[in-house]
Write a protein that binds this ligand. Structure first.
Ligand code: ADP
Length: 633
């Protein structure tokens, strides 16, 4: 028996195979089964026009046997088979199409061999787990069969052999275990079943295997209460479910079926809030089955969460999590894409996959957006539930990438507001009177604390609606949007916001005439504020803090809470005194009569303003002392 060397490129690939990362090795079974399925397709199609085949669709199948003692896994099919020449040509070289080249987009050879795990490289993957592979094949219409044999890199031999019918049998001798590499697990029938379910569940021919079940032994003498004896019963079972749910007609699928599929496949205990099942044709031809979960996974808002969709090609899973298939702002979507444009075969170059996936991703994104818009319009309760789970991700989406997606996402946002319900920006605008030219918002830690802000109170009393922002990302999202429908977003605590001009003029006059008093107040506060002034916009509250410039008090809190931010950010604060509150007269009096008490009062009023706006008192001990001093002096 003469051993032929492999063609040069194959030898290189063989080395990569043998040394590939262990976790990728399990795909060998998928590859061998896919080849068998292709061979069955070929003979089945022929049977449709050629009477001499003499087989019905139900006659075609794939058989798997595992022999633990001999360390053999055998995969046979009754498909088209191969002649001696075909064995030589097909299994003696890899790059039949001539385009096999492990190159990336920039023409570099990739450093890791991830490609193997992701897309597979066909028959040769058998050598990732085997130290010898035998292929016995008989081509349809031929009398004799042939045996191809190889122990890996050295080459292969072909000699005549026996096989009763047309088809191919691949016998893999599984490697001995090595350090950190447990090949023996592939000789476990449970493991093999698991791999079939994972990768080849939707191959549309039955994949049969003998499996053991334990059944109670028949025993007529068994006494009551006595434990039954069990015996091992071996039966041949079809392991794969054959027809994928997403390939079935949508109108024939019940909601419960979708839900059960989702929960089993994506390990959730709750039904999804939305199922999106569709087919497209055209630039990107594929079927998608997508789910929006009803709640965020526990690790959703952490770095550990990995987004992605599964990729299938003709029912065969080729990638577990394709992150490029989903944009970050829709990273909560689970599901899969099945496209014939994606092939198992890397010899068609990874580049092609990339552009294909980009094309698919674009339409997936559009579809998800449309479905969310539809839900917002027609199923508001569910949309609000969805938004409670994933709204924050949409707001990050507005803010991320320098606002690249802000226009796409702005109409999907919901905000709490002074109308005691959640509204969209569009709804805010629709509720405006003609004279309102801005969109008002207030931010704080909770709705309660935002409501308590003196400025919120006065804007509401002015007859306006105020958006309540309680998530740190909210204000950043609005700053990124900058305006909606031509109306600017204005923080109620912004010092520029003065709604009643007559009253404000009086406040400005008072600020002018009480310069000395205000200077003293600023001095007492040791430059914690950039100014102290009078205002008319505080309703019943004596004092409030407002901010000047781009950074609000809430943003200061959010930015400083980011781990690792070394330079604390400071909002530029202004202490505002309510011109129409009695406290103003008290302060005037104290300033004239009792400077010591005046200083104490200013300190305490500043602390009060901090508390009301949700900012911590700088020095609680000093605060306590000031209270005591004021009461005793
Ligand atoms: P690919 O399947 O991507 O073309 P492979 O290396 O897996 O690459 O297989 C090479 C070729 O060998 C196949 O294209 C097919 O023609 C042939 N082949 C492999 N397995 C079988 C089989 N079970 N029956 C018939 N032909 C097969």
């Amino acid at each position: 028996m003469k051993t032929k060397p492999f063609k040069s490129e194959s030898k290189k690939l063989m080395d990569m195979m043998i040394n590939s990362i262990y976790t990728h090795k399990e795909i060998f079974l998928r590859e061998i089964i896919s080849n068998a399925s292709d061979a069955l397709d070929k003979l089945y199609f022929r049977s449709l026009t050629d009477q001499s085949v003499g087989m019905k669709k139900s006659d075609f199948c794939i058989n798997i046997e595992v022999d633990k003692q001999a360390r053999l896994i055998t995969v046979s099919d009754n498909g088209c088979g191969m002649t001696a020449e075909e064995l030589d040509k097909n299994l003696g070289t890899i790059a039949k199409s001539g385009s096999y080249d492990f190159k990336t987009e920039n023409g570099e050879t990739p450093k890791n061999v991830d490609i193997i795990g992701q897309f597979g490289v066909g028959f040769y993957s058998a050598f990732m787990v085997s130290d010898a592979v035998t292929v016995i094949s008989r081509a349809f219409g031929e009398e004799g069969a042939n045996r191809w044999y190889s122990t890996g890199a050295d080459g292969y031999s072909i000699e005549p052999a026996d096989r009763e019918n047309a088809g191919t049998t691949v016998i893999m001798h599984i490697k001995e275990d090595a350090e950190n590499e447990n090949y023996s697990e592939f000789l476990d029938t449970y493991k093999i079943q698991e791999l079939i379910k994972k990768y080849s569940d939707y191959i549309h021919y039955p994949i049969k295997m003998e499996v053991s079940d334990y059944k109670p032994k028949e025993n007529p003498d068994k006494k009551e209460g006595e434990a039954p004896e069990y015996e091992e019963v071996k039966t041949v079972k079809t392991i794969n479910s054959m027809v994928p749910l997403w390939k079935r007609e949508k109108r024939n699928i019940k909601k419960e079926t979708y839900n059960a599929f989702y929960k089993e496949k994506y390990y959730d205990y709750e039904d999804p809030i939305k199922v999106i099942h569709y087919k497209t044709e055209g630039d990107a031809t594929y079927t998608a089955l997508l789910f929006i979960p009803a709640h965020a996974p526990f690790d959703y808002y952490t770095k550990e969460y990995e987004k992605g969709l599964q990729l299938y090609s003709k029912g065969v899973m080729i990638m577990e999590k394709c992150d490029k298939a989903l944009p970050d702002h829709f990273s909560f979507v689970k599901g899969l894409i099945d496209s014939e444009d994606l092939t198992l075969n890397i010899s068609r170059e990874t580049l092609q996959h990339d552009s294909q996936i980009k094309l698919i991703a674009k339409t997936v994104e559009k579809k998800i957006k449309n479905e969310l818009e539809k839900m917002l319009k027609t199923d508001r309760d569910n949309y609000e539930k969805f938004f409670a789970a994933f709204g924050r991700q949409l707001k990050f989406g507005v803010y991320n990438n320098y606002g690249l997606y802000k226009d796409e996402l702005k109409d999907l946002l919901l905000f709490d507001c002074s109308l005691d319900k959640k509204i969209t920006l569009k709804e805010y605008i629709e509720g405006l009177t003609d004279k309102q030219e801005e969109i008002y918002y207030a931010s704080g830690e909770t709705i309660e604390s935002v409501k308590m802000l003196p400025q919120t109170d006065s804007v509401i009393k002015g007859g306006f609606t105020v958006l309540y922002l309680t998530d740190p990302v909210d204000e950043f999202a609005l700053k990124t949007l900058n305006e909606y429908d031509g109306k600017k977003f204005i923080n109620v605590c912004d010092k520029e916001l003065k709604l009643d001009s007559d009253k404000e003029k009086a406040a400005a006059d008072k600020t002018q005439s009480s310069k000395e008093l205000l200077e003293q107040a600023k001095k007492v506060l040791e430059n914690k504020v950039s100014a102290v002034k009078y205002t008319a916009a505080l309703g019943e509250h004596p004092v409030a803090l407002t901010s000047e410039g781009a950074i609000s008090l809430e943003m200061e809190k959010a930015l400083n809470a980011i781990p690792g931010s070394s330079n604390p950010v400071k909002a530029n604060l202004v202490l505002e005194l309510n011109l129409n509150h009695k406290v103003t007269q008290t302060l005037d009096k104290l300033y004239a009569d009792n400077r010591e008490k005046f200083d104490l009062a200013i300190k305490l009023l500043y602390d009060e303003a901090c508390v009301v706006s949700g900012k911590k008192i700088d020095d609680p001990l000093a605060h306590a002392k000031a209270v005591c001093d004021l009461l005793t002096k």
